[in-house]
Write a protein that binds this ligand. Structure first.
Ligand SMILES: [Zn+2]
Length: 674
């Protein structure tokens, strides 16, 4: 290729990248897309193909580089050039007025303009750009050093990888922006719903969900969490003049950042207070959580003059919405077992009125929280009701102790079934591991009969409840032993409907192995993982017999999943239920509709444009014949299926001596009887 050709390709790449950046900005920042999703996909695909073809022309700020495939082993530390201090909090109007007085006294000026912003309940981060390109991103950490979460921040589509200045705005040579990463409420509900289906612990609130997601080591998982960001502040900057905070917010917007639109410039503290009151009323109308307002002195010159204490700047303050707190006595701590087996300590308190409702219980979350608070039985405690969440114990009045207080520790066995409890490696809570624990059994059965599992129609919530109550069933295997009279004798259950339920139970015996594996409710084994397991192991027996090491060898099964599977089958009650399933004649084998064993165990990579098949069709055909399609060429690959205009994979395969075939060859292969 000539120099000229390369320049032409470079130009095309630049052009595509800029167009995609522009549409990302329109879609994710301004919420005003100009092209259809399909047209966008076409552009993106074009860029991706061109970059695949010329990997040496790839660029780290390309829109295709938002997700890195390789998970990290841990986060590095990044030092903040300018400290990310925390904020002082206030809870009342009087305290806001005191703040105003302090500011005016310190700067010796009675005219102070403020900016009031929503205090987004998320995770603070700092993102650094050099010459307009994203260099790194870090969490706040201790204010001086944070964790390098660059990879994860890049997955947030409203974070520009390259700044997009509008109206020929100058790009600063250095710019550090600070912002709040958050999870929108609807995404939060969606993710918790999914976690519920996969038997995973639910996130307590969107903030925890955002924090947990940002700390994941695998950025491809972060990309699925739907995080978003609002930029609210500035760190180090060079090559631009700014005199006011409000100007910097406008400037951020011009550079392509997402800034929360609800910021207000207030001429005095009365306006600030009005603004805070207004949002205290309106806070629930937003698509994300806020826990207060942030009040900042607008002028940078004044900010500079005011300076900071070692903990927080003197030129800003957080106004927290009035929380609903009360003081009472903790009489006892009871441990509840949730429907996923989580043990939660609950404080039983002397009844107390908090804004109109009588509160008798408050959550203590887990053992860690009990230790953090240092709470003992008979302590005087502070409890708080925030939003819709159940009240929680937030403080202990240790000065009121009499010496009669008693220590508390979590039980060693499940308070409901006396079964084994365990603190799982990646969790703070203890869990009862017995799927048939009365606290969990209903949920286990609901999962077992659900559509993605054994898909048993007619066995609804109410019916399961009735059967459990009458002790007709004690675990999910008992379903297969139900007799006509067990059902027809129940309330609101006629002869006909009893018959229907029984037939759908019978039909459910023939479900594929993957569904059965999913139905067992093994932690971390969702629909997708169950399919991988069914593909790899020919029967449930084989899966049960496989040890930790052979499970960890399966692609897509990490150590946590493998550990959870081994743990599950080591529990006697689970094995007993499985024996009952087998005795009832439930299918435990992987039925392969083999057309050829010729492809069995063979690994394929596809490149270029195919004429007769879609990539999906090829993948399905290979999978059906027990082979595999992967994306990267390496020496373990058996065949490269090459279409028109193959990419760099072609050259690599050739170099490695991998057999290269075309669509016709492939066709012959799958039609060969082996
Ligand atoms: Zn239990």
């Amino acid at each position: 290729m000539t120099r000229n050709d390369i320049d032409k390709i470079k130009k095309e790449l630049d052009d595509l990248r800029n167009r995609i950046r522009y549409h990302d900005f329109k879609y994710y920042v301004q919420n005003a897309p100009e092209i259809s999703d399909h047209s966008y996909d076409v552009l993106y695909r074009k860029l991706k193909d061109l970059e695949d073809k010329f990997p040496e022309l790839r660029s780290p700020d390309s829109p295709t580089q938002r997700i890195t495939v390789q998970p990290l082993n841990g986060f590095k530390t990044i030092e903040h050039k300018i400290a990310m201090l925390s904020m002082d909090n206030t809870y009342s109007e009087d305290e806001l007025r005191d703040f105003d007085k302090r500011v005016k006294k310190n700067i010796e000026d009675s005219n102070v303009e403020y900016v009031v912003e929503l205090k987004i309940d998320g995770v603070s981060v700092s993102i650094r750009y050099e010459n307009g390109v994203l260099k790194s991103g870090a969490t706040r950490g201790d204010g001086y050093r944070g964790e390098d979460v660059s990879q994860n921040l890049k997955t947030i589509k409203s974070v520009p990888l390259r700044l997009i200045p509008q109206n020929s705005e100058a790009v600063p040579s250095v710019l550090e922006v600070r912002g709040e990463v958050y999870m929108p409420k609807d995404k939060f509900m969606q993710i918790n719903k999914l976690r519920e289906q996969q038997n995973e612990n639910l996130f307590a609130n969107p903030r925890n969900a955002a924090a947990g997601s940002l700390k994941l080591l695998d950025s491809s998982l972060v990309a699925q969490r739907g995080l978003d960001i609002f930029i609210w502040g500035i760190g180090e900057y060079r090559g631009v003049q700014l005199d006011k905070h409000s100007r910097s917010l406008e400037y951020f917007q011009k550079l392509g950042f997402r800034v929360n639109p609800h910021f207000h410039i207030c001429a005095n503290i009365d306006e600030v207070i009005q603004c805070c009151q207004k949002w205290a009323q309106k806070k629930n109308s937003l698509g994300y959580d806020i826990d207060g307002m942030v009040v900042k002195v607008n002028s940078f010159k004044m900010q500079h003059k005011l300076g900071s204490t070692s903990k927080a700047p003197r030129w800003l303050i957080a106004y927290k919405f009035p929380s609903q707190r009360a003081q009472t006595i903790l009489k006892d701590i009871k441990v509840q077992v949730g429907r996923f087996g989580t043990l939660t300590p609950v404080a039983i308190v002397e009844p107390v009125n908090i804004s109109g409702t009588v509160v008798t219980k408050a959550s203590l979350h887990n053992q860690d929280q009990i230790e953090r608070l240092g709470v003992k039985v008979y302590d005087h405690v502070l409890i708080e009701k925030a939003g819709e969440i159940i009240p929680q114990v937030v403080g202990v009045l240790k000065e009121m102790r009499t010496g009669k207080e008693k220590n508390f520790s979590m039980p060693k066995s499940c308070p409901v079934c006396k079964g084994k409890v365990k603190r799982l490696p990646e969790e703070v809570a203890l869990r009862c591991l017995n799927k048939f624990c009365p606290a969990q059994i209903k949920n286990s059965i609901k999962l077992f009969v659900s559509r993605d599992a054994m898909d048993i129609e007619g066995l609804g919530d109410a019916l399961i409840g009735q059967l459990l109550e009458k002790k007709v069933i004690r675990d999910y295997a008992d379903i297969y032993y139900l007799k006509h009279e067990d059902l027809s004798s129940l309330e609101r259950m006629g002869d006909k409907s009893a018959q229907n339920v029984l037939s759908s139970i019978q039909a459910g015996k023939e479900r594929p192995l993957a569904r059965l594996i999913y139905a067992l409710g093994i932690r971390h084994v969702g629909v997708h993982v169950a399919e991988i397991l069914a593909d790899r192991f020919n029967s449930l027996e084989e899966l049960i017999e496989s040890g930790l090491s052979s499970l960890s060898d399966v692609e897509g099964i990490g150590p946590i999943i493998a550990g959870s599977i081994v743990e599950f089958f080591s529990i006697a009650s689970n094995r007993k239920a499985i024996q009952k399933l087998k005795d009832a004649g439930v299918n435990i084998f992987q039925k392969k509709s083999l057309t050829s064993s010729y492809l069995s165990g063979r690994i394929f990579v596809i490149t270029g444009t195919l004429k007769n098949y879609s990539r999906k069709e090829i993948q399905d055909a290979v999978k059906l014949n027990s082979g595999r399609v992967i994306s990267a060429v390496s020496s373990k690959v058996d065949f490269l299926l090459s279409g028109e205009n193959p990419g760099s994979k072609y050259d690599k395969a050739k170099k490695l001596g991998i057999k290269i075939i075309n669509e016709n060859d492939f066709n012959r292969m799958i039609n060969k009887r082996g």
